[in-house]
Write a protein that binds this ligand. Structure first.
Ligand code: NAP
Ligand code: GCO
Length: 263
């Protein structure tokens, strides 16, 4: 089972101060990796420090906006100098804006694309040269159901996550010969701050309509938890997946396979 070990590896998980990123970082630490993470707000950095301390993980945090190439390059250089070459990159940082497309400003559309698609491009571009020198590397892009499906109000997010699926395949194609594996994880609907508005109880205490919708659309009949992503992430970060490349592993409780429960 050593093939799942991350002993001696350095893992950068972007936006990993809570939610999915934090769960993935916790799993990597439990598998032996040294964790580095970033966020783009002072509050986020403080929250990250508190959370890693709570979990007993000695992680190094950076204030770095994934859309700012110079900030990312400086962060990667400092990590390589003070921690070591980045063996595993998880492009987790992301936002969503839920606005009907005809009401969405172009600037709002661009902001989602910038963080959710250009950010992973910038971060991957920053770590690949050292991975090539080292002769190995793992890049994991956090995709989405919206890498495959659309829905009302999430045009920018779906375009970004669809693009992220293809960026995953292209990094696989361009750098696979250097023993770099680039795969995606496509979480289903996961209970994190990002989806909190979709799960808020109604005034009468009943479920949010979208909450009921997701329960009916998911064979597992539940929302996922960030912990559901731990095992798949360790698999894609470890030697166990050295011949898996360009793949998006959907961790969705079966949503993509299911037409949905009859109302
Ligand atoms: P979340 O709770 O909203 O956390 C997002 C993280 O990204 C936060 O730590 C945030 O930091 C950070 N971030 C945002 N913009 C950034 C930037 N420009 N530079 C650096 N960090 C930035 O989200 P989540 O639910 O854990 O989702 C994490 C990833 O999974 C996202 O890519 C999301 O699209 C994807 N995903 C989520 C679900 C779901 O159901 N929750 C399902 C599929 C995919 P601050 O708080 O400091 O802004
Ligand atoms: C939404 C949700 C989804 C999830 C996730 C599903 O508004 O539809 O936020 O987009 O975040 O991406 O995989």
């Amino acid at each position: 089972m050593d093939m799942f070990s991350l002993e001696g590896k350095v893992a950068l998980v972007t936006g990993a101060v809570y939610g999915i990123g934090m769960a993935i970082a916790r799993a990597f630490a439990a598998a032996g990796a040294k964790i580095v993470y970033n966020t783009n707000s002072e509050d986020g950095l403080r929250m990250g420090e508190e959370n890693y301390k709570k979990y007993g993980i000695d992680a190094k945090g950076y204030l770095c906006d994934v859309t700012k190439e110079e900030e990312v390059k400086a962060m990667v250089e400092d990590i390589e100098k003070t921690v070591g070459t980045i063996d595993i990159l998880v492009n987790n940082a992301g936002i969503i804006k839920r606005i009907p497309m005809t009401e969405m400003k172009a600037e709002e559309f661009r902001q989602v694309i910038d963080i959710d698609l250009v950010g992973p491009f910038i971060c991957s571009k920053a770590v690949i040269p050292s991975m090539i020198k080292k002769g190995a590397g793992k890049i994991i892009n956090i995709c989405s159901m919206m890498s495959e499906l659309g829905r009302e109000t999430v045009s920018a997010y779906a375009a970004a996550k669809g693009g992220l699926k293809m960026l995953t395949r292209n990094i696989c194609s361009e750098y696979g010969e250097y023993n770099i594996q680039c795969n995606g994880i496509g979480p289903g609907y996961i209970a994190t701050p990002q989806t909190a508005p979709l799960r808020e109880r109604q005034a009468d205490g009943s479920r949010h309509p979208f909450d009921s919708f997701i329960i009916a659309k998911t064979p597992a009949a539940r929302w996922g938890t960030p912990e559901d992503l731990m095992g798949p992430a360790v698999f894609l970060a470890s030697k166990a997946s050295d011949f898996v490349n360009g793949h998006v592993l959907y961790v969705d409780g079966g949503i993509l396979a299911y037409i949905g429960k009859q109302p």
